[in-house]
Write a protein that binds this ligand. Structure first.
Ligand SMILES: NC(=O)c1ccc[n+]([C@@H]2O[C@H](COP(=O)([O-])OP(=O)(O)OC[C@H]3O[C@@H](n4cnc5c(N)ncnc54)[C@H](O)[C@@H]3O)[C@@H](O)[C@H]2O)c1
Length: 329
């Protein structure tokens, strides 16, 4: 990384949970965009914006100007990079305005847009403006998922996988679909098995089976966010099993061994358990953003990935809603 370049002036729009609220200023391993900019070399956090009074009051603790009007903040502060940490409709509206303000790169939250058509419009706008657009599918910034993807794309054959999630197919389901694409290749078909409106009234949590390039049966198992928060990954290959659980923080691995158990046979034997450094994702994202701006590196996760996930979310939504209209489930 070229740390000799002048610091990138960063602004955060949306002072809620992922914008700044989950961290204190100078948290060493930040989970928020503000925390990432504050602690990462090569950035200086210069401003916030939020339309909500209470959110602005809370963000004042970070010691930067906090604006009520995002466009006024952009006009007065002229940041180099901007993070959008907003509800999706507000994110889309701001994405449409940002290119007018001389921004060098934008970090959007997932989901990028309300549907694929809206997402395509945003992608085309940023492509035409030549502004890199990153989308924060957090697991793309955690090495263990790339290690597993490499292993599964090698000689190992994936037999089956389950990703458990809740809180809407468009919201946390888009993480599950993006991770499916990373681990098992492009999605080829998707069929909903059931759904429930556990959090958003326009975004059902859909249980579905996905067929992908490297796995014929990836189950997205929908749970109920009102009961608890959960995101887990469970993968079986011909040679082993991997589970990432405990709030994304633990990896367990099993290997197939001969002559195990009673009667002796080919069984899965636990061989590894280790911590997953999920909390390093924001710092990895910031280091990557720095490379995108200063070295012209292609975004690891941009509109292409966001749109690919969005298209399959749209498929699951429309199939689930059509079946509901027919009185099914
Ligand atoms: N990548 C991840 O793992 C991850 C984690 C959490 C949230 N998210 C995503 O981030 C987004 C924000 O989530 P959150 O949990 O921080 O939400 P939140 O409700 O806590 O915060 C959103 C903030 O945006 C503000 N806001 C709304 N409209 C605005 C506007 N037009 N201009 C300025 N401010 C406005 C609200 O007042 C609020 O303070 C969501 O899309 C969510 O899906 C992603």
């Amino acid at each position: 990384m070229s740390w000799l370049a002048p610091s990138l002036r960063a602004a955060v729009i949306g002072c809620g949970a992922i914008g700044c609220r989950m961290d204190r200023p100078n948290t060493p391993l930040p989970s928020t965009h503000a925390g990432g900019y504050r602690i990462s070399p090569g950035f200086s956090l210069v401003a916030f914006a939020d339309t909500d009074d209470a959110a602005r009051d809370a963000a004042a603790a970070w010691g930067c100007p906090v604006y009520a009007d995002p466009l006024a903040m952009l006009a007065e502060t002229r940041p180099d990079v901007v993070s959008l940490c907003l509800p999706v409709s507000a994110q889309v509206a701001l994405l449409e305005c940002l290119p007018r303000f001389g921004i060098r790169a934008v970090v959007a939250e997932k989901p990028l847009a309300g549907d694929a058509e809206e997402g395509e419009r945003i992608r085309d706008l940023y492509r035409a403006a030549g502004i890199p657009l990153l989308v924060n599918f957090t697991r793309r910034f955690v090495g263990v998922y790339h290690d597993l993807a490499r292993q599964l794309a090698g000689r190992d054959t994936v037999l089956a996988a389950t990703i458990r999630y809740a809180k809407g197919a468009r919201h946390n389901g888009s993480h599950a679909i993006d991770l499916t694409r990373l681990l098992f290749g492009e999605v080829l078909a998707a069929e909903p098995l059931g759904w429930q409106f556990d959090w958003w009234d326009d975004d059902p949590t859909v249980t579905a089976v996905l067929r992908t390039e490297r796995c014929s049966e990836v189950i997205l198992q929908g749970l109920d966010e009102r009961c608890f928060t959960l995101f887990e990954v469970d993968v079986f290959s011909r040679t082993g099993r991997w589970i990432i659980d405990q709030d994304h923080r633990r990896l367990r691995r099993w290997e197939v061994r001969n002559g195990e158990g009673l009667p002796p046979g080919r069984r899965l034997v636990p061989v590894e358990q280790r911590a997953v450094p999920h909390e390093s994702a924001m710092l990895t994202l910031m280091a990557h953003l720095h490379d995108v701006v200063h070295r012209g590196v292609e975004p690891l996760c941009g509109a292409r990935e966001a749109l690919a996930a969005q298209r399959w979310v749209d498929v699951l939504h429309s199939k689930a809603l059509a079946r509901r209209a027919m009185g099914d489930a």
